[in-house]
Design a protein around this ligand. Structure first.
Ligand SMILES: [Zn+2]
Length: 246
């Protein structure tokens, strides 16, 4: 049977569509799987060989200056920053601190005095209410810690803070648990690290949804470190302005 559509018509009609589709698919795959930012490249370098980059690491329970509000909550390399992006449309709500040790070995401490809550279904997370934000004392804020469990979701949070505990006072420097690699999905681990974020209050004594960056605060001034992913271009976030020793 003879086709009623001429071949040149087919060619000029479909060719641009094929080109547009191919370019779009390529861009999508690049964004999703291939795009590696300099920061992501350094995280991979650190995970593969932390011993050669000890100078990237920050000490647990230290602070950059005497006046710095928060203690550094764990030892390691601050690999990802607040407002980094892991995929198109994503904005990271906290900082990720990677250890050089195995899952369950690196202690995590309270960065500031507050009241600890662990919801009944939280395996790897806890949140600490700080009634007076040290930078804006009229505001209440919440400090969120997560990935404190192993690949199967077995908690590394210390026994003092069982699931369901609510509004229990803890001093800064209190041991909370240990860095782990639980992603939230059993059997699909992340690199061993602590995710830490500062979450805003809803005005009714409850924390807002931590997954939305709009509900979190840039932690830079709380640690005196360049922790904003949008403005920190390539600087390893370690203390630059340490108070000089007497
Ligand atoms: Zn994170």
């Amino acid at each position: 049977m003879k086709s009623t559509i001429k071949t040149p018509f087919l060619k000029w009609f479909f060719l641009p569509l094929v080109i547009i589709f191919t370019v779009s698919a390529g861009f999508f795959i690049y964004q999703l799987f291939i795009r590696i930012t300099p920061r992501a490249r350094r995280v991979i370098t650190w995970i593969r060989n932390p011993q050669t980059h000890q100078d990237w690491s920050t000490e647990a329970l230290s602070r950059c200056r005497e006046s710095t509000p928060f203690l550094f909550p764990t030892a390691g390399y601050i690999g990802f920053l607040w407002d980094d992006s892991f995929r198109p449309g994503h904005r990271h709500q906290g900082i990720d601190i990677f250890t050089s040790e195995s899952s369950g070995e690196t202690p995590v401490y309270a960065a500031f005095d507050g009241y600890l809550t662990r919801l009944p279904d939280w395996k790897s997370s806890l949140i600490i209410r700080v009634p007076r934000d040290p930078l804006h004392p009229q505001n209440q804020i919440w400090l969120y810690y997560t990935h404190l469990a192993d690949i199967e979701g077995k908690s590394y949070i210390v026994d003092d803070f069982p699931a369901g505990v609510s509004d229990l006072f803890v001093e800064e420097g209190t041991l909370l648990g240990f860095q782990g690699n639980f992603s939230g999905t059993i059997g699909k681990p992340v690199g061993v690290h602590l995710h830490f974020s500062i979450v805003m209050d809803d005005g009714n004594n409850t924390f807002l949804n931590e997954l939305n960056i709009q509900n979190t605060l840039d932690p830079s001034l709380y640690f005196d470190l360049p922790l904003n992913g949008k403005t920190n271009h390539g600087v390893i976030p370690v203390c630059q302005n340490k108070d000089s020793s007497p």
